[in-house]
Design a protein around this ligand. Structure first.
Ligand SMILES: Cc1ncc(COP(=O)(O)O)c(C=O)c1O
Length: 397
């Protein structure tokens, strides 16, 4: 396979060749749980990881294995592990590095589910998470303790679209011998490859753009082979969080159009952000593609596109924000993102509702903030929908 291929060619072809027995071009779905071996030595080699193969459904699946290899190749990782959700990937990656008594530095405006896992679940097992403004590299350095075992970031953040300089943070993590874990869900390998910038582990909720059709839940961890093997055997298998063949097939299909979908998401999001920025009823727009975004220069340096998520605040505040999303006719109120449909949500009462109200500000979430996952419809229709909802609001300029 040519290493010189560009993204779309790689997304279609990498790790996928016609099945030798049937010559089918699209990946076969293998639902089997049990696999047989030609002799006892082969069984022992596969189970120990010395030989590539699948031995029991809780520890992997051939359709999933093709997808793992494709995602690893696109991220530039040695290997990848497919699991049952983005949260399974996040929890497995964190638990693989942390044990009782350890401390982890986490970017302050992390995904709500990750925040809940760390403050509600991990804390019960003696793991301490410290939420730090990771846009400030000095603050990260100051937060490192003798028992710090990892640094965990997300860029751009959800839903504030705040950026973190991956290379700058990786310089610190390397200097202290700490693994840097990055949730790359918003960008996908199409727009950002954190391992090239010095990160050690990349996480995905494949539920979002990687699959891209809102019909599969899955997560991936990308890292070096030794770490993936450990996560595979000691965490995914023991916790029982494998990814099944059907979801893997859907994501393999979705990834073939990842590049062209992401390009359209970015193009539409840019148009929507520019419209919102010029609307008198909109207080503030957060989108890295706008020249007004405080980290626009970093976005251009670190990302190959600005992504499909636009966050903004309506004049008036929380009630007007909630009324606005209820008035939308094309965009649907939904918790997810990265789908063909434009999806809208109110983080304070939806995705980030587990964060106490008085802490929301620290996480960069105002109570009136709205997050829009700009879909693949025609941009003029998305904008017309937003405009008709804004006109109906009682707020006047
Ligand atoms: C940035 C980010 N990471 C992780 C997740 C969790 O993914 P999943 O719902 O697949 O568990 C989400 C879900 O919204 C997310 O937005």
């Amino acid at each position: 396979m040519s290493k010189d291929w560009n993204f779309n060619t790689r997304a279609v072809h990498l790790e996928q060749t016609p099945d030798e027995k049937t010559r089918v071009v699209s990946e076969p779905i293998v639902p089997a749980v049990a696999y047989s071996f030609k002799d006892a030595d082969e069984a022992a080699a596969v189970v120990s990881g010395e030989m590539e193969g699948v031995y029991y459904g809780r520890y992997g699946n051939p359709t999933t294995r093709t997808l793992e290899k494709k995602i690893a190749a696109l991220e530039g990782a040695e290997d990848a592990l497919g699991v049952s959700s983005g949260m399974a990937a996040i929890s497995i990656a964190l638990l693989a590095f942390l044990k009782h008594g350890d401390h982890v530095i986490v970017t302050k405006d992390v995904y709500g589910g990750t925040h809940k896992f760390l403050t509600n679940f991990a804390v019960r097992y003696g793991i301490e998470a410290e939420f730090v403004d990771c846009t400030d590299v000095d603050a990260i350095e100051k937060a490192i303790l003798p028992n710090t075992k990892a640094i965990y970031i997300e860029t751009p953040s959800n839903p504030g679209l705040c950026l973190i300089d991956i290379e700058a943070v990786s310089n610190i993590s390397r200097a202290h011998g700490l693994p840097l874990i990055i949730d790359n869900t918003f960008m996908t390998p199409c727009l950002q490859t954190p391992l090239d910038l010095g990160a050690d582990v990349v996480i995905h909720s494949a539920t979002k753009y990687l699959n891209g059709h809102g019909d599969a839940i899955a997560g991936f961890v990308c890292a070096d082979q030794e770490m993936i093997q450990r996560m595979h055997k000691d965490f995914m298998g023991d916790l029982g969080q494998p990814l099944n063949a059907w979801e893997s097939f859907l994501i393999l299909r979705g990834i073939k159009t990842l590049g062209i979908r992401v390009e359209k998401h970015c193009e539409n999001a840019q148009k929507v952000a520019e419209f919102l920025e010029n609307h008198p009823l909109v207080e503030q727009v957060y989108y890295p593609g706008l020249a007004s975004h405080p980290q626009h220069a970093l976005a251009k340096r670190q990302m190959r596109g600005m992504g499909g998520i636009v966050s903004f605040e309506i004049k008036g505040g929380v009630e007007e924000g909630k009324k606005f999303i209820s008035l939308l006719e094309l965009a649907m109120i939904s918790f997810s993102l990265g789908d063909p449909e434009t999806l809208v949500q109110h983080p304070a009462s939806m995705t980030h509702s587990s964060i106490p109200e008085d802490e929301l500000k620290f996480f960069g979430i105002s109570k009136g903030l709205i997050r829009l996952s700009v879909g693949l419809e025609d941009a003029v229709d998305i904008i017309a929908d937003i405009e008709q909802a804004l006109i109906k609001l009682p707020v006047k300029v």
